[in-house]
Structure formats: structure tokens, C-alpha cells
Design a binder for this molecule. Sequence first.
Ligand code: MN
Length: 300
Amino acid sequence: MNDAPVLMEITPTTHDLGDFKVNRSLPARERTMVGPFIFFDQAGPATLEPGKGIDVRPHPHIGLSTVTYMFEGAFMHRDSLGSVQLIEPGAVNLMTAGKGIVHSERSPDNERSGSSAISAIQTWLALPDGKEEMEPAFEHVGANQLPIIESGGTRARIIMGSLWGQTAPVTTYADTIYADIILSAGGAIPIDAQAEERALYVTDGDASLDGQSLDPQTLYVLRPGIAATLRSGSGARAILCGGEAFGTPRHVWWNFVSSSRDRLMQAREDWEAMRFPLIPGDEEEHIPIPQGRPKTVSYP
Ligand code: MN
């Protein structure tokens, strides 16, 4: 029996969005999901010149929750439920599209005057069977509401789910784990085997898992049922994510996720005909439906 903790390595594809680059690890050819995670992007880090900002114009989603987690920078979130929420480092925006939502993400005005940073992890969680067409919802959980674990030269923030004996207050629709782990030089933290599916992604620094060195900007899918220890010699930052395995496959087309390909095409027609709800206060612009095969989603 192979008990090495790493099952599979996924090298992300890089997409240049102009002002910044994203490294996309999921969905990948060799693996669509890790638990409910069906989309995993590292955005940046990048520095925007003074006067520049990011404007992700209104666009739709179905069948998923978007989870925005910033390392640096800020975004103003607006959606068709009327939510208006600034997100800053350490906080979580969880936007659940369900049967359909429209949102925009724009740099706040005060970030545009000087140079500004952007560095974030953007993920999508597929909604489980029976919840794909739920009513849309939005929640923001501040950095000070998320549990922090500090031990052995490690500081970890639990973003979603239960880890190391504590539970984040963020809503989950399927079993989910999600954490931001900062290892100082010589730091270590246990990666237990409770979640059915797990992956580790090192954003920077040097890290190893039970002695296997982990390259930055690579998603390591872990072997189910094998506990391991994450360590760093000189310091590192890593994301741990995962959760329950889905029994039915999910399909992705542009910003839409569904167990039904017909439902994806229905959403495409609905956006083309502007049958989605509008965002109060951000009704003037929108991202048109891509013609042909979309390469890049509307970020985030
Ligand atoms: Mn979006």
C-alpha cells in the first residue's frame, strides 16, 4: 500500500488578465474537484500603478458559491441581492449563486489614488445535489471572527469548516475545509485525514509534507486517509482546502457550474437575453457572454 501523502500534483495554467496574472489549478484536465472546490485561482501578487484599479463588470453565476479571500488589497463587492461589501485581507466573502446571481468587484475609490496591491485566493465551491438551484445568498465574515490556531511557530486561520478542533462561522452547504497557514522558520502543523478529499497549495516560501518538498504554485492533492505534517525550513504560506467527495459530476461553462449541461446552456441563453436580475447601483455595464469556448472566467 502506498502511504505517501501526495496523490497528485497539478501545475496551474497562467492567465494574463492585463493588470495581473492568475494561476488556475482547478478545474484541471486531470482533476475537476477537490471536495466541493471546483475552481482554485491564485490572483497576483501584483501592484497597480497610481490611478489604476480593477473593475470586474457585472456578470452572472449559477450552481456555486464564490469564496473571496484576500492576502493584500481590497475589493468592493456588489450583487443583485443589493449587497455592498468591502472585503479586506483576512476576511471572507461567500456569495452563493444557487439559481442565479449577478455581481461586480471593483477597486474601492481610495485604493485608486496611489499604487495598490492585489493578492488573493479566489475559489468556487460547487453546490451539492439538491442545493444547486437554492435561493442566492451573500455573507461576509470579518477577519476577527475567524478562528486562529497558533502553535509550533505556525499561525493558521480557519476560513471554512472544522480544523484543529475549531470551526469557522462561515456557512457551508457541503462538508468543507479551508485554511490559510503561515509557517515561520522551523514551523510545523499537522494535516489530519478527516476530510474525504484534501489539497495543499503553497503560495510562497519553502514547505514539505512528511519530508516531500512542495513547490510553490502547485496544487498537491493528498491521498485520502493519510495524516501528515506540514513543515517549513525558512518560512512559508500555504492553503489547505477540501471536503466531501461529490457523488455526481459537475460541469463548468464560463461562470456557471451545474450537474446538467442543459442547465449551463439555459444560463448562457438567460444571460444573453438579460434575464438575470440587475445589481442596484451598478446596472449600466455588463460582461457579455463569450462567443465560442470561453478560456477565462469573469474574474473573480
Ligand atoms: Mn464572479
